[in-house]
Design a protein. Structure first.
Length: 274
């Protein structure tokens, strides 16, 4: 009898639409603001209010924020908290003790995983149709950014925040593949995202070198490498371009802009090589 009642009761619990949602992760923020009613969002992560790390621009500064402390989250009286694996363990433990609902999310390494996160968050806030719409927009943007059939692929490196190079098995890696590039990280021995020496870059330069840019014209973490005078010797063989830093952080709706930017960079690089 108890087992028979479990499924309907679980379904009823899921059907209760949360009215006070708190997100503790900037990538979850980016999805939440697209699929929830504004009135449902009680607070976002503090990253979304920081121009150097936000993926949602000025919109992020229009919401209250938290710094992930249990005290401030509890004070907001949330009925749903969205958290990632690296959310403070003490905070998660405190919320659990207080029976505050917390839904955990991992870091997606593929477009498919990112789309599943969109669908899950949209379902959690009671708007699955908005999730479906956003996923359709992501897929349409990726299709529009794909190179023509048979077009040559360009080898590329992407320097993320901190000067680390995106390796295979990452969301950035898949974006490169889908927009007509081949991630060159593997040929330098990088099996995971990590640093790359200037000497390695000079010895075997990729056709395209991209670096995260915090804001238009702002210095990047990788400036000392990608703008080093020594790279002038390989300049004619290597196209360099700025890749907005906020596009390297997250999936979700960020994929739409990232795909368009990478497609445009590829087109410019092809023209430069002509």
């Amino acid at each position: 009898m108890a087992a028979a009642l479990a499924t309907p009761m679980a379904a009823l619990a899921r059907a209760v639409v949360p009215r006070r949602v708190v997100s503790l992760n900037p990538c979850l923020d980016a999805i939440l603001v697209q699929v929830a009613d504004r009135a449902q969002i009680t607070a976002l992560s503090h990253y979304s209010a920081d121009p150097s790390s936000t993926s949602i621009g000025a919109l992020g500064r229009s919401f209250p924020i938290t710094y992930e402390t249990a005290e401030e989250i509890v004070a907001l009286r949330p009925d749903l908290v969205l958290a990632a694996g690296y959310t403070e363990a003490a905070t998660r433990a405190a919320l659990k003790r207080l029976n505050i609902r917390v839904e955990m999310f991992g870091v997606p390494s593929t477009v498919e995983q990112s789309c599943r996160q969109i669908a899950r968050i949209a379902d959690l806030v009671g708007h699955p149709e908005r999730g479906s719409t956003l996923i359709a927009r992501v897929n349409a943007a990726l299709a529009a950014a794909a190179p023509p059939m048979g077009a040559p692929r360009l080898t590329a490196l992407v320097f993320e925040s901190g000067g680390l190079v995106s390796a295979a098995g990452t969301l950035v890696d898949e974006l490169l593949t889908r927009t007509g590039f081949t991630n060159a990280a593997g040929r330098y021995g990088l099996r995971q995202t990590g640093p790359l020496s200037l000497e390695q870059l000079l010895a075997d330069p990729p056709q395209v070198l991209l670096a995260g840019e915090p804001a238009p014209g702002a210095p990047t973490w990788a400036d000392r490498g990608i703008h080093h005078p020594a790279l002038a010797s390989v300049g004619p063989r290597m196209y360099r371009a700025a890749f907005p830093q906020h596009l390297t952080f997250c999936g979700g709706p960020v994929l739409i802009e990232a795909a368009a930017v990478l497609s445009r960079i590829r087109q410019n690089a092809m023209r430069a090589r002509a």
